[in-house]
Ligand binder design. Structure first.
Ligand code: 5GP
Length: 191
């Protein structure tokens, strides 16, 4: 998606350790006009799918997913990072390895908000190794819900997550796929 690629080239910052910072328009300050354009693009790409719920993970997916939910006219649920006292049977629970913080989180969704009648579109900001998505897919499976697709803002194409998800036969729509990024020159290319 050209406007997103142009914005990443203009305002994205490449950090050591394979991290792309997009804090000025996605991850800290949020450009809602841009989010609306992204939401429209996902609506076009997932046209005809019987989506009745959007699922994301806190915190950085919530803003994008909320705007997407408005475009699709469905509720949005975010999986919560919990402090491991939620083993009361009211929640689906999984564990996710964080790419940016190098630790594992317990993540939950209440059984009240995800169930067998749900046809879910997952939305998230980044796709790297796919750990976050695998965790969300586990929660959806545990709930007996169906996955209709996955919408990602920025996929880092050289990391393994995209291949893994596409091999599962899930429709994955990444709006910008970064091919290379160089922490020294700051140069970013898309593919
Ligand atoms: P994965 O689970 O696919 O390895 O990583 C996805 C999650 O890690 C995303 O939800 C995002 O929060 C974070 N993440 C991964 N790579 C980057 C990156 O280059 N920049 C930023 N800002 N977040 C990232």
């Amino acid at each position: 998606m050209k406007i997103l690629e142009d914005r990443i080239r203009k305002d994205g910052r490449v950090r050591a350790g394979n991290v792309l910072k997009v804090d000025s328009f996605i991850n800290h300050q949020m450009d809602i006009g841009l989010f609306e354009e992204m939401a429209k693009e996902w609506k076009r790409r997932f046209d005809g799918k019987p989506i009745n719920k959007i699922l994301t993970i806190e915190a950085s997916g919530i803003g994008i997913a909320a705007i997407a939910a408005k475009e699709f006219g469905v509720p949005v649920v975010f999986a919560k990072k919990s402090m491991s006292v939620n083993l009361d049977g009211n929640n689906y629970v999984t564990h996710i390895q964080s790419f940016t913080h190098n630790r594992t989180y317990e993540v939950i969704v209440s059984k009240k908000y995800l169930g067998p009648d749900d046809h879910v579109l997952i939305i998230d900001d980044f796709l790297a190794n796919g750990c976050a998505l695998m965790g969300l897919l586990e929660l959806i499976e545990a709930a007996g819900a169906s996955v209709e697709g996955i919408g990602i803002a920025i996929e880092k194409g050289w990391q393994s997550g995209g291949k893994m998800i596409r091999e599962k036969g899930i429709q994955l729509e990444s709006l910008a796929i970064v091919k290379t990024m160089d922490a020294e020159t700051g140069e970013i290319t898309f593919g």
